[in-house]
Design a protein around this ligand. Structure first.
Ligand SMILES: [Zn+2]
Length: 163
């Protein structure tokens, strides 16, 4: 408890108040960040389930690459907007989406926090064993600034059967 009550008087110590106000600010930017994702889903800019429909392309590495490039690309774009909106709230500025995710913004997002997002997206493939057993999926941003998936066949264990 950071406050004390005696009779009708409520005393909140300064320390607690300072921490609370600080926390409030953080909460504001977090809410703004999540609100942007919600808006993006409502506007159809980002799928609710990024992997919806993946079963239709999982046997064709080229189609799988295009599918993953598009789906992860829209998530990266939404993260860029969400961080921009969160930062705007933190600095007390109005947020206006410029409608563009540049290659630099996408690269920064993927490598943010020691490649947190890149590794997060790549590790999500473990939820799809059929794909994960056959292919290695990695992400980068190509020279035109688009997020690209790379789907590479994993080397298969050499058969021990001899003829
Ligand atoms: Zn986010």
């Amino acid at each position: 408890m950071g406050g004390t009550q005696s009779g009708n008087e409520i005393v909140i110590d300064d320390d607690w108040q300072a921490r609370h106000l600080q926390g409030k600010e953080d909460t504001g930017s977090t809410l703004a960040h999540e609100m942007q994702h919600t808006l993006d889903r409502q506007k159809g800019l980002m799928h609710r389930d990024a992997y919806e429909g993946i079963e239709h392309v999982q046997d064709d590495p080229k189609k799988l690459e295009d599918f993953l490039s598009q789906r992860i690309g829209e998530r990266v774009a939404s993260e860029v907007r969400a961080y921009e909106r969160g930062n705007a709230v933190e600095s007390g500025k109005a947020y206006a989406d410029d409608g563009v995710t540049t290659g630099a913004e996408a690269r920064n997002l993927l490598s943010k926090g020691g490649n947190f997002y890149r590794e997060h997206y790549e590790s999500e493939m473990s939820n799809f064993p059929e794909i994960n057993n056959k292919y290695e999926v990695t992400y980068d941003v190509d020279s035109s600034g688009q997020v690209r998936a790379h789907v590479v066949a994993k080397s298969q264990p050499i058969s021990t059967t001899t003829f």
